[in-house]
Design a protein around this ligand. Structure first.
Ligand code: ACO
Length: 330
């Protein structure tokens, strides 16, 4: 029995934050942001919405498209770095409750932008070992409360949103999740970090005053490691599965920066029509970025059942991962 990518769904909050809006908030320009990142706008969740609300909306769509009833889901894995609550309960438990699913394995994972591919890896292992049958995997982020809107290098990058998928079973190789690879290097832990409000620097007035509860990034250093690591990672997974870029229908990378995607796509000889791009519309939505991109391509009619997807991601930790999988939504 193989794991199979049965469905996709996403939720995109309606409110937009454009580059022109950011020009009024920090010393930046629409031209700089577009040129250095490819981002034109990002979506912002409302004050009333938390990450689980975004996740719930995406999950509803994914479950409906899978043709399953809610109670047939036997595990929920939510990848997020912006959970509803700081320590507990997990966002996955809150989503399970909103979906009306009780007595289900539900937990969050923290792998920053790589979270969705990590969740896919867990779901594949659950399903192929026979432990679970239908795993709902979610990448959901309300990042805006953790973004410092006084810091121009990071605040231009991030947005909110959620994506979800149901990973079920199949006996057909041409409907399977062929391979998933995940990895990390903790020696780069300070490249993307929220220094305050964890056990190392518990929340205090001083932590708040020093703005340590916001995400910090060594952008330039991260950029270089990202391009090299992503290129190597994709080459490895293709070689391991005796494939080349020609075998892939769509290359769906994490949407962090157009220049990173462009550099990796060119190094790997992917023609532009095979490279999925949503960064201009949504910015970097961390763990939600890949499922939101898959959903965008599906809803625009480009991604069809039977297409072979190559997912590739990179984020805080540092973490990274890739996957070769058929899109098997009926
Ligand atoms: N507007 C105008 N100027 C700016 C802005 C801005 N918003 N931000 C920075 N600058 C300036 C800098 O101050 C600097 O000026 P200086 O030369 O006078 O010192 C200049 O622009 C260049 O700054 P860099 O930081 O070198 O800019 P860079 O070209 O590297 O772009 C960016 C910055 C967009 C952050 C890029 O480095 C990047 O995308 N990095 C990778 C991010 C990433 O992949 N993250 C991983 C996933 S995220 C996650 O896991 C949550």
């Amino acid at each position: 029995m193989y794991a199979s990518f049965k469905s996709i769904g996403a939720y995109v909050p309606p409110q937009r934050l454009t580059n022109k809006d950011l020009e009024k908030m920090v010393d930046t320009s629409d031209e700089w942001i577009k040129q250095r990142t490819g981002i034109e706008e990002r979506r912002i969740a409302s004050k009333e919405q938390s990450t689980s609300d975004l996740a719930y909306e995406a999950a509803k769509v994914a479950i409906e498209r899978s043709g399953l009833a809610n109670e047939e889901i036997d595990a929920i894995v939510c990848a997020t770095i912006s959970p509803d609550y700081f320590c507990m309960p997990s966002t996955a438990c809150v989503v399970a409750d909103k979906l009306g699913i009780s007595h289900v394995t539900a937990f969050d994972i923290s792998a920053a932008c790589s979270g969705f591919v990590y969740a896919l890896n867990i779901a594949k292992a659950f399903v192929e070992s026979g432990i679970k049958k239908n795993v709902l995997i979610i990448g959901a982020e309300k990042l805006t409360p953790f973004v410092d809107y006084e810091e121009r290098t990071t605040c231009i990058l991030f947005g909110d949103g959620a994506g979800a998928a149901v990973i079920g079973t199949t006996d057909k190789k041409e409907e399977s999740v062929i391979d998933v690879h995940t990895s990390s290097d903790g020696s780069f832990q300070d490249f993307l970090i929220t220094p305050g409000c964890g056990s190392k620097n518990p929340c205090s007035q001083n932590v708040i005053d020093e703005r340590l509860h916001f995400m910090k990034m060594k952008g330039n250093e991260t950029f270089k490691v990202a391009v090299n690591t992503l290129t190597k990672d994709v080459k490895n997974i293709l070689e391991k599965n005796s494939m080349t870029s020609e075998d892939i229908d769509f290359f769906i990378p994490h949407q962090a920066n157009f220049r990173i995607i462009d550099a990796v796509g060119k190094k790997l000889s992917f023609p532009t029509e095979k490279v999925v791009l949503t960064v201009a519309k949504y910015g970097n939505t961390s763990a939600a970025s890949i499922p939101m991109a898959i959903n965008d391509w599906y809803e625009s009619g480009k991604l069809k059942s039977g297409d072979l997807m190559l997912l590739d991601t990179f984020g805080g930790g540092l973490t990274w991962g890739s996957s070769i999988s058929y899109f098997a939504q009926k």
